[in-house]
Design a protein around this ligand. Structure first.
Ligand code: HEM
Length: 519
């Protein structure tokens, strides 16, 4: 081919590509939807993709600037995302019209990438079937029976703090984010796998390293996470897996070994793996006596009654690990950070912890931690300021109108719910950047519109592990505060600098606090 012909072909290809990109990025304009002008070819989230600005920060910025629009068109690369601002529309999508919005629009390919076939990522009927099967795993009754395991891990946390204070001859400095992450790793590996990960004693344990690898704030992990949420076509086209091979192999090996050990030795234990093994062998978990559980297997479709395969079990264990560890340690460590900055709130919380523990022989029993209303308000306020899941998505699984509007959504349109934007909107929260647990008194909660506070999501897809999360955060806080008071360590910034490369809010400097023994 002559140079002239080659140049002609190249110019034509570039022109076609440019025209295609322009066309894709005019989607909202063509549909007459208010939109934030995108940059070609990365759309509105280019700096996030390059690891320069956090996704939450970008999304919250769009929310702040266009607060009064009920919905706003944006693009992630060339994919249109409709960001919802009106809480009433969000309520319809989450709850009333849920049947048409039950997926998240993310990548999920259980055949080619078995670890992606878990509850969080599944959509449609496969999600429904799995949710029915797993719901009995998280009832109050099951939580009570797993409580001893969580309590044991809290014992290691207490021992660690006591030993550190003894070694220092008084107060000492610690990155509590790391400390609590080790506690959460112990809890989740124990209740999900029945394995003592020993992370409190050994910070370099295999489980801790896996947790660090999943949430590593590197560019590679960031891009993989963003593509998992918003780039499913790219993931499939290039056969990219949702998790690196080493993580996939680790979870597959551990679950295989544990299931085979328990089946061979007929071991029963009050944990999630036990319940998952029942789902593998019987297809359902027998209901317990807790009031919040109804026997959902009764209304299940024939598909839902099918037994789980080993690959399905592995994927669920994986999501319990991933969903349960970083979210709870983020909530606990940011609570400690805010308590360090607000001695008055800390004092009031310690008084409550002391009072309740005294009533329960000094033990943080299940009933004791459920009797701490101020603790509950403190945790709620932390999750308002630092929602561990700062955005949510839903996908239109049919062509239909956006509820309460006449905008037609094509099948497959992804809706973005800016949780962090809603949680910081001055229209709903006076002085939103001030930490104030009193926003969560019963009266204050009733006075606020629905859907402006959604740290666990809402509707049929609400976080399935919510009860367990709260138990875990409360027991960690009670354990630490019954031994020590916390203050900011020298040099710790009073406004945390967040990593631009993680979805879960991650402070670049960790959370360094001084723990001082209580009298
Ligand atoms: C403070 C801690 C936690 C927070 C803030 C949190 C938040 C969330 C949120 C926002 C969702 C999505 C809800 C929606 O789309 O409406 C979710 C889903 C989920 N969470 Fe949590 N979570 C926490 C702890 C846990 C724990 C401890 C577990 C399990 C051990 C867990 C397991 C899951 C699973 C499996 C889903 C998917 C549910 C579904 O799609 O049906 N989470 N979580």
């Amino acid at each position: 081919m002559s140079v002239l012909a080659a140049s002609f072909v190249l110019v034509t290809l570039c022109t076609l590509l440019y025209a295609f990109i322009r066309y894709r990025l005019s989607y909202w304009q063509r549909r007459k939807v208010f939109f934030v002008p995108p940059s070609a070819p990365l759309g509105n989230y280019g700096p996030c993709f390059l690891g320069k600005k956090g996704l939450s920060e970008t999304m919250a910025g769009i929310y702040r600037e266009h607060r009064d629009e009920r919905y706003v068109g944006t693009y992630f690369l060339l994919t249109p995302l409709l960001q919802l601002h009106d809480p009433e529309i969000i309520r319809q999508v989450f709850i009333k019209e849920f049947q048409d919005f039950n997926g998240r629009g993310n990548y999920c390919d259980p055949e080619a990438d078995p670890l992606s076939g878990h509850l969080f990522m599944l959509g449609g009927q496969p999600w429904r079937n799995m949710r029915v099967k797993l719901s009995p795993t998280f009832t109050t009754g099951k939580m009570r029976s797993m409580f001893n395991t969580i309590s044991e891990c809290a014992g290691f946390l207490r021992e660690h703090i006591e030993a550190s204070m003894k070694a220092a001859g008084g107060g000492y400095e610690e990155d509590v984010r790391e400390l609590v992450a080790r506690f959460s790793t112990d809890v989740i590996s124990s209740v999900a796998f029945g394995i003592e990960s020993n992370s409190m004693k050994n910070p370099d344990s295999e489980f801790r390293r896996m947790g660090q690898a999943v949430f590593d704030p590197s560019l590679e992990v960031n891009i993989r996470t963003l593509l998992t949420f918003f780039g499913r076509d790219i993931m499939k086209a290039f056969s990219i897996r949702s998790t690196p091979g080493a993580i996939h192999d680790f979870f597959t090996r551990i679950v295989d070994e544990m299931v085979s050990y328990r089946e061979t030795n007929k071991v029963e234990r009050a944990d999630m793996l036990n319940l998952l093994i029942k789902l593998k062998n019987d297809g359902f978990v027998p209901p317990d006596n807790s009031t919040d559980e109804k026997d959902k297997s009764a209304d299940a479709t024939p598909d839902a009654k099918q037994k789980l395969t080993m690959k399905q079990i592995t994927a669920q264990v994986f999501v319990f690990f991933v969903a349960g560890y970083e979210t709870t340690s983020t909530t606990t460590s940011f609570t400690l950070y805010e308590l360090a900055k607000h001695p008055d709130i800390q004092k009031k919380l310690i008084e409550e912890v002391d009072g309740v523990m005294a009533k329960h022989n000094g033990q943080p029993t299940y009933d004791a931690i459920m009797e701490m209303p101020y603790m509950e308000m403190v945790i709620q306020e932390t999750m308002r300021m630092y929602p561990p899941v700062p955005f949510l998505t839903r996908e239109a699984n049919v062509k239909r109108t956006l509820p309460l509007t006449d905008l037609t959504l094509e099948k497959g349109t992804t809706l973005m719910i800016p949780v962090i934007g809603l949680h910081h909107d001055p229209q709903y929260w006076e002085e939103p950047d001030r930490y104030n647990p009193l926003r969560f008194t019963e009266e204050a909660k009733k006075a606020r519109p629905n859907m402006v506070y959604i740290p666990f999501g809402d509707g049929p897809r609400i976080c399935i592990g919510m009860r367990m999360a709260l138990v875990q955060v409360k027991i960690a806080l009670s354990t630490i505060l019954s031994k020590a008071t916390v203050t900011l360590a020298p040099g710790m910034p009073s406004t945390p600098r967040m990593s631009p490369r993680t979805v879960v809010p991650t402070p670049i400097d960790g959370i360094r606090l001084t723990l001082t023994p209580r009298n």
